[in-house]
Design a protein around this ligand. Sequence first.
Ligand code: SF4
Length: 320
Amino acid sequence: MPRSMEQESLLAWFTQHQRDLPWRRLDDAWPILLSEILLQQTQVSRGVIFWQRLFERYPTVQSMAESTEEEVLFLWQGAGYYSRARRLFQLSKVVCAPSSAGGFDGDLPTSAEQLQTLPGVGPYTAAAVASIAHGEAIACVDGNVIRVMARQNGIKEPTGREVQRWADEVLWSDDPGNWNQAVMELGATICTPKSPRCDVCPVKQTCLGVEHADLYPAPKKRKKKRVDLQCVIYIDSKGRPELEMRDASGILAGMWGPKLVEHVNAEGLGYLGEVHHVLSHRDMHVKVWCGVAEKGVDPATVPLSSLDVKLLKLAGVMRD
Ligand code: SF4
């Protein structure tokens, strides 16, 4: 049976030591949703920069719905996992559609159940927004919660159901928003994957893993798939590359860049070298050639992924 943590001590620690993140100063659901979607796969330090950039341009869900997918992608450049940006834009459209057409008349739904019906919102994001912005008593489970649960209970490979059961059981339902953030903050700042600081942990008294935290949870072996691609960067007389918008599905959907193919006919082209880039489940190796274009585009005017920026830098058509 999962054990309970010392709730009051964890909440008191969170009140005193929580990081000063800009969305924590706001209680509106939109900036909180924006932060949760950004932080799903982006480090907090970088997430703050992207959050500020996006929230400044889109202070409301309506302002994003009135924008374009291309502009959202443009602002998302460098944050990675661009499908999140495309789904967030779709979400804004759904929220701002009239209820007669299946939308929400411009108001983000408040319950986790309804939030989960929106594009790109899974159980974690729905629970986080509903509990933090609206005080719904629902537990969040993310990677930090899984690690804290595994260590607190001394379980090497907890199942999703076990973690959820524990999270539901320990939830402080009088203040679920702060409680969820406290558990996740503990995992992000004290009970970290590599060097947990058990000596200053507010819940070490209840922790079965305290002596051997590194054993819990057992690491998952996930091998990235190697992908070998090739591309030609055609450059015009003004030094601008020829770029195209990628299809709405597949790798880097909706972003701009040189065409990525399995094989280039390199006759008459100049070989520039190879770019290595790691995506979530892929280890990308791209061989790059250059050729002559009639008319290119200014790369600063279109949304580019980090991989494309590397390719264009190799070709000398982009600088830092
Ligand atoms: S005592 Fe150590 S392992 Fe246990 S929850 Fe605290 S930081 Fe994590």
